[in-house]
Design a protein around this ligand. Structure first.
Ligand code: NIG
Ligand code: FE
Length: 390
């Protein structure tokens, strides 16, 4: 039997590109069939004049890990840098130790708890990276768990994240190229390949080798670029036509232009400068250079945030993005950054009915009001998967 649903009395709709007022959405079998036509159906949701938007697409997360790093906060407050925190035994190294110790069952349980928080705050599609394993066994373990996550669409990425203890960068890269990439490809466990291109992690040459090799095996390159220094990582993104370059706190104008020409999406993660007390990326300059901007949480133990509404708020208040630009970056452009825009990221005919009914009168409130979860209903593929208690 055909399952149909009408959401009527929508006060304001953001469809991923523009605002439409006083409209409705008709859904059949989880897919959007029409906008603005009140088709006959038994299942009706009265939006009561509220604001409706596409489910958030969190296109950059490290949501799978074990062991929190709340102990680092006092160090951060004392002005200890990300690098110094890592040298003191915190940072990625700490999370790798904890994640290695965790069983698949435990990792799945812990990650699902975070996924539930993401859903509650309106995320209906998420990208998720490995990268706290740093050897064949543990990277595979992470990717297997990522591939098990349900309730929302989850897109897996293999991340070459740091130099494992007892090895140098080149030795790990040999293992990545010789063993890990072929095994991931054989088992079809990742859609994207990513690397932390940064001083003290992997240089441009090493990053290029890994990403080009991943590409040969069918994985699309992404890159953690220019987070702490501008050493040519975003230029590399342009040269190898990465789908996105992420972070971009230190990016210079020349690299912005190169990326814009190559069609690389700039994925900005404003919660990172928020927690590290570093300068925010220059979103306006990037837009002026012609770059498409996507927004994401970067959810990880250094930057523990599951709420995309907060990311929109930071983008507007701290990076001078307009509410409508930030919402587009957090939905449609984010879907483009993980090659999911044929299915999600906007409210249009033929796409999945991934919709949020927001307890807010307009799109601008999502950026304007801070700290309250404004989601009242989360609809994934036409089904209500979360509802607030009001
Ligand atoms: O994207 N910068 C590299 N990786 C993560 C942080 C990982 C961590 O600190 O555990 C990021 O911010
Ligand atoms: Fe990241």
């Amino acid at each position: 039997m055909l399952m149909s649903l009408l959401i009527k009395n929508i006060g304001e709709l953001f469809d991923g590109r523009r605002i439409i007022r006083n409209t409705c959405i008709y859904v059949e079998d989880g897919i959007i069939k029409s906008i603005g036509k009140e088709e006959e159906t038994d299942e009706i949701i009265d939006a009561k004049g509220k604001f409706i938007m596409p489910g958030f697409v969190d296109c950059h997360t490290h949501a799978i890990f074990s062991g929190y790093r709340d102990f680092e906060l006092e160090w951060k407050i004392d002005g200890i840098s990300y690098k110094e925190i890592a040298e003191r035994g915190g940072g990625i190294g700490y999370t790798v130790e904890q994640t290695k110790k965790a069983s698949k069952e435990r990792l799945l349980r812990e990650t699902m708890k975070r996924v539930k928080e993401m859903i509650k705050h309106g995320t209906t599609t998420a990208e998720m990276k490995s990268g706290y394993g740093l050897d064949l066994e543990n990277e595979m373990k992470m990717l297997e768990v990522i591939n098990k996550i349900d309730k929302i669409d989850v897109i897996p990425t293999f991340l070459v994240h740091a130099i494992p203890a007892g090895k140098n960068a080149d030795e790990y890269i040999e293992e990545v190229i010789g063993e890990i990439i072929p095994e991931i490809a054989r088992r079809k466990l990742a859609k994207f390949i990513d690397i932390f291109c940064e001083e003290g992690y992997f240089n441009v040459k090493q990053s290029e080798r890994v990403l080009v090799e991943g590409k040969k095996y069918g994985m699309t390159p992404k890159i953690h670029a220019d987070e702490f220094s501008c050493i040519g990582c975003s230029e590399l993104a342009a040269e190898i036509y990465a789908v996105s370059a992420d972070h971009l706190l230190m990016t210079d104008e020349k690299s912005m232009e190169k990326m814009a020409k190559a069609g690389v999406i700039a994925t900005l993660l404003p919660a990172v400068p928020f927690v590290l007390n570093t300068p925010y990326p220059n979103a306006r300059k990037m837009m002026k250079a012609g770059l498409k901007i996507a927004l994401a949480t970067d959810l990880n133990p250094n930057c523990y945030v599951t709420n995309m509404q907060f990311i929109v708020q930071l983008a507007c208040y701290k990076m001078k993005m307009k509410p409508i630009e930030a919402l587009k970056a957090a939905t449609l452009n984010a879907a483009k950054a993980i090659k999911m825009d044929h299915l999600v990221g906007s409210i249009e005919e033929g796409k999945k009915a991934d919709l949020l009914i927001m307890d807010s009168p307009s799109h601008s409130f999502i950026a304007y009001e801070i700290g309250r979860n404004m989601v009242s209903t989360v609809i994934k593929s036409g089904k209500i998967i979360w509802q607030s208690e009001e």
